[in-house]
Write a protein that binds this ligand. Sequence first.
Ligand code: PEP
Length: 247
Amino acid sequence: MKYFIGNWKMFGIPKSINILNKINSYYLKDKNRKKYRVIITPPYTLLETYSKFFKKKRISIGSQNCYQKDKFSSDTSAISPYMIKKVGAEYTLVGHSDNRKEGDTDLMLKNKVTYALKNNLKVVFCIGENKIQKSKNKTLDVLKKQITKVLNKKLNKNNIIVAYEPIWSIGTGKIPTNKELEKITIHIKKILKGIFQNKSPAVLYGGSVDGNSIKNFKEIKEIDGFLIGGASKSSKKFIDIINNYYR
Ligand code: PEP
């Protein structure tokens, strides 16, 4: 199964559901549809409406983050995994570099993953090195630490997806070479297999994926799907990615 996940970030109002309707119509007509799943992570404000609307349809809805506590607390503005699940969302991103930049620590991420899984959300755990780490050849070490500090064998691997998103690539148009990406994906899967009894969760790539760059990425068979930011806000651009992947 491949995954195409669209991360809307700070984008979207109720009527933006039109974008999802177009993607859903494409999906329903696509002869390749059994091979992949579409997940969209709109902002919290739209989670309930979109989750209800797409409940019986094929697009899955997820949140972009969740708080590191289980249910209710006195933390102003925080939204827990329990609250996300109760409005009908199925997935949550955890550890996106935007949130790591704002102070998410490994311990916080560990709690987020644990409570999200406890509340039956599927977790898309994001990892990735920054430009300086890459230039110092630290990528593989950084990724290993990010994974092993947060994931452990007690977690339900069937509800975890890992998204490799090099920070220097997000929103910049810069992408790793296929050779680099293949090596990194294999490295990530090896670490995950070490944690989860020789079975790796799906590993996705994210960073400047569009209708054009996907033509390169699709050559790398180890990659189980894509986390798409900018190009997910347009139905045409998002559909182009899927279309070019299977062409
Ligand atoms: C992201 O923010 O997760 C992302 C991958 O963004 P973009 O596709 O715009 O690089």
